[in-house]
Design a protein around this ligand. Structure first.
Ligand SMILES: [Fe+2]
Ligand SMILES: [Fe+2]
Length: 187
């Protein structure tokens, strides 16, 4: 009996996250939560502008960021840490143009990639290979998100100020949202 208790204790000790890893993961939880709020705010702006497709795309992005946050929350708690739900920096609520909005989305994704890279670097220094391995999903996800944001920006630059182009773009991006929803919830 004593032997079993000792084994359990050892197991728990082994899986505990180092404090600096735990706080770095908590910082990322906050960044993902802020990303979700930022894209939700972009969705609202697009919706009131009558850009239905862009709004749907942003609502989906917001949901994805929340899923990224929850995945980190679960990981921290399962590894003996405590995920922190904190207050968040308020996103801006209006944009001058939809091009400006997508430029901000792209720059935000670059910022998130940099943050993930720093996080991966810390796990490497700490020799926490389990967290290092866990974070590889985020590394791949950021490659995809950066590529999507970049290709959208390229399209916007092609459209310029053409209203007909914007109409078609709004319709096309709705299709991108459908594809991405299928990818999140494969049935
Ligand atoms: Fe994310
Ligand atoms: Fe993202």
């Amino acid at each position: 009996m004593k032997w079993i208790i000792f084994l359990n204790f050892t197991e728990k000790t082994l899986i505990m996250l180092a404090k600096n890893i735990e706080s770095a993961l908590n910082k990322q939880i906050r960044i993902e939560a802020e990303s979700s709020q930022t894209y939700l705010s972009m969705a609202c702006w697009a919706e009131v502008q009558g850009l239905e497709g862009i709004a749907q795309f942003m609502y989906t992005q917001s949901d994805e960021e929340r899923a990224h946050m929850l995945k980190l929350v679960k990981y921290v708690n399962e590894r003996g840490g405590h995920a922190q739900v904190t207050d968040l920096k308020a996103p801006k609520t209006t944009y001058t143009t939809f091009k400006e909005m997508f430029e901000e989305l792209y720059n935000h994704e670059l910022f998130v990639s940099q943050s993930i890279n720093e996080l991966v670097h810390i796990t490497f220094e700490e020799r926490d290979y389990a967290t290092h391995n866990f974070l590889q999903w985020y590394v791949s996800e950021q490659i995809e998100e950066e590529a999507t944001a970049k290709s959208i920006l390229d399209k916007i630059n092609l459209i310029g100020d053409d209203k007909g182009g914007l109409y078609l773009f709004d319709r096309d991006i709705q299709q991108l949202t459908v594809t991405s929803s299928i990818a999140i919830n494969p049935k």
